[in-house]
Design a protein around this ligand. Structure first.
Ligand code: ADP
Ligand code: MG
Length: 373
C-alpha cells in the first residue's frame, strides 16, 4: 500500500523538554488511524508538527512522498492536509449553512459567500455536507445556538468542505454526551470510507467504537501499534493508562470550568486566555515538567466542555474558593481585552459569587496593573 504519511526520527524540544522523542510513524493511503495516549503524551504536538505549526528539532515529515517539514502552515494546508482543533472554531454569528459555504469557498474569495452569491454546484455540495454531518434541520440556525457536539460535527463538515487528502482530528468527543459521542463516531467512520484520517483520542471507550489500527504514544514516542485488541491487552499500555491518575481535583476542575465559561462567552477561546489558565494553574499545582505536560493535556479536555455557570458557582463554598474563581476569571477575560459578551458573563459571575464590591474592585485593580491600561 502507498503511504500517505511517513515520519522519521521526529524530535520536538521545548526548552529542554522533549514533547516528541525520536518518533517514527507510517500510515497508508485511505487508512483510518487512531492515536491514543495519556495526557501530555505529545499527541497534539504531533499534529502541530504535521501541519507546520511547530517546527521539528530533528527528523522529517513526508506527505505523499514529499518532504513537508519546515513548510509554513498555509502551504501544508494547500497541499491537502486539513485539521480540526480540540476546541471548536466556528463562526458563532453565522448560520450552519453559512459556515459551510464559507469553508467551501475558503480558498476562493469569501465576499460572494457572505453577500449571497453562491453557485449551484456549491449549494449542492453544502446540502450533501449538511446531510453527512446530520445538521440539515439546523441549517439556518446560528452556530452559537448549537450544542457542543453539534458544533464539533459542524467543524468536521467545514474541514471536509475543503476537500483535504488527509484529515487530522484532535480529541473530537472530549466533553460530549454519550449520544453525541456516538454521532461523531459514526460521522468519522463515514468519512473514513473516502478519506485518509488521523483521529487523536484519549477516551478508550470511543476508540473502541471507531478504531481499526491504533498507535499508542507515551512521553513523545510510539509505545506500541496494533489493532484495538492487541493494544488493549499490551501490558505497557495498561501500565501507562493505569498510572494516569488525574492531576486535578474535582474542585480545581470546577475552577477551570468557570474560567472557561468566561473565555467562551464570546464563542472564541483565545490562545492568550488558554495560556493564562494554564500558567496560573500550573503555578498553583505543580512544578514538575512531566506533571505539567499531563495537566495541560487534561486542561484541553476540560476547556472543551461548557456547563451553565450557575451549576459551577453553586459548588464554591468558602470565600477563598470564590476569590480564587474571581481572580482567575477576571484575568482570563483581561488577557485578550474584555469585550461586551465577556463582560456580561463576568457580571453574572459577580452576582453569583456575592463578594463585597470593594473587595472585587481591589482584586480587579491588581490584575489591571499587570495588564496595563
Ligand atoms: P497531549 O495532546 O498528548 O495531551 P501535548 O502534545 O499537548 O500532549 O503536550 C505535550 C507536552 O508538550 C506538554 O508538556 C506541553 O506542556 C508541552 N508543550 C506543548 N506545546 C508547547 C509549547 N508551545 N511550548 C512549550 N511546551 C509545549
Ligand atoms: Mg492534546
Amino acid at each position: 500500500m502507498e503511504n500517505i504519511l511517513e515520519i522519521e526520527n521526529l524530535t520536538v524540544n521545548f526548552d529542554g523538554f522533549k514533547a516528541l522523542n525520536n518518533l517514527t510513524f507510517r500510515m497508508g493511503k485511505g487508512e483510518l488511524r487512531v492515536i491514543i495516549g495519556p495526557n501530555g503524551a505529545g499527541k497534539t504536538t504531533f499534529l502541530d508538527v504535521i501541519t507546520g505549526k511547530v517546527k521539528p528539532t530533528t527528523g522529517k515529515v513526508k506527505f505523499k512522498g514529499k518532504t513537508i517539514s519546515g513548510l509554513p502552515e498555509h502551504k501544508v494546508a494547500r497541499l491537502g492536509i486539513g485539521r480540526k482543533f480540540q476546541t471548536p472554531r466556528v463562526y458563532q454569528n453565522l448560520t450552519v449553512r453559512e459556515n459551510l459555504d464559507l469553508a467551501c469557498n475558503r480558498h476562493k474569495n469569501v465576499l460572494p459567500t457572505l453577500f449571497g452569491g453562491t453557485k449551484a454546484t456549491e449549494r449542492t455540495q453544502t446540502l450533501s455536507l449538511l446531510e453527512t454531518i446530520g445538521l440539515t434541520e439546523k441549517a439556518d440556525i446560528q452556530a452559537a445556538w448549537l450544542a457542543h457536539g453539534e458544533k464539533q460535527r459542524l467543524e468536521i463538515g467545514m474541514l471536509v468542505a475543503q476537500s483535504p487528502d488527509l484529515l487530522l482530528v484532535d480529541e473530537p468527543v472530549a466533553g460530549l454526551t454519550d449520544e453525541e459521542t456516538e454521532n461523531v463516531g459514526n460521522l468519522l467512520l463515514a468519512l473514513a470510507e473516502s478519506h485518509s484520517l488521523i483521529v487523536i483520542e484519549h477516551d478508550m471507550e470511543f476508540v473502541r467504537q471507531i478504531a481499526r489500527q491504533v498507535t499508542v504514544l507515551h512521553q513523545g514516542s510510539v509505545l506500541c501499534e496494533g489493532n484495538m485488541n492487541q493494544v488493549q491487552n499490551d501490558p505497557k499500555v495498561i501500565e501507562v493508562y493505569l498510572g494516569e491518575a488525574p492531576t486535578v481535583t474535582p474542585e480545581q476542575m470546577n475552577l477551570i470550568r468557570i474560567a472557561a465559561s468566561m473565555a467562551w462567552a464570546d464563542g472564541n477561546f483565545a490562545p492568550e486566555q488558554k495560556q493564562v489558565i494554564f500558567s496560573r494553574l500550573s503555578e498553583q499545582f505543580t512544578n514538575d515538567s512531566q506533571h505539567q505536560a499531563q495537566l495541560q493535556g487534561e486542561l484541553e479536555n476540560y476547556l472543551a466542555s461548557n456547563l451553565p455557570l450557575e451549576q459551577l458557582t453553586d459548588t464554591l463554598t468558602t470565600e477563598n474558593e470564590k476569590i480564587t474563581a474571581l481572580k482567575l476569571s477576571y484575568e482570563v477575560i483581561r488577557a485578550n481585552g474584555v469585550n461586551e459578551l465577556e463582560s456580561i458573563v463576568y457580571q453574572q459571575l459577580l452576582g453569583q459569587l456575592g463578594l463585597p464590591l470593594e473587595m472585587v474592585r481591589e482584586i480587579e485593580a491588581e490584575i489591571d496593573q499587570v495588564y496595563g491600561g
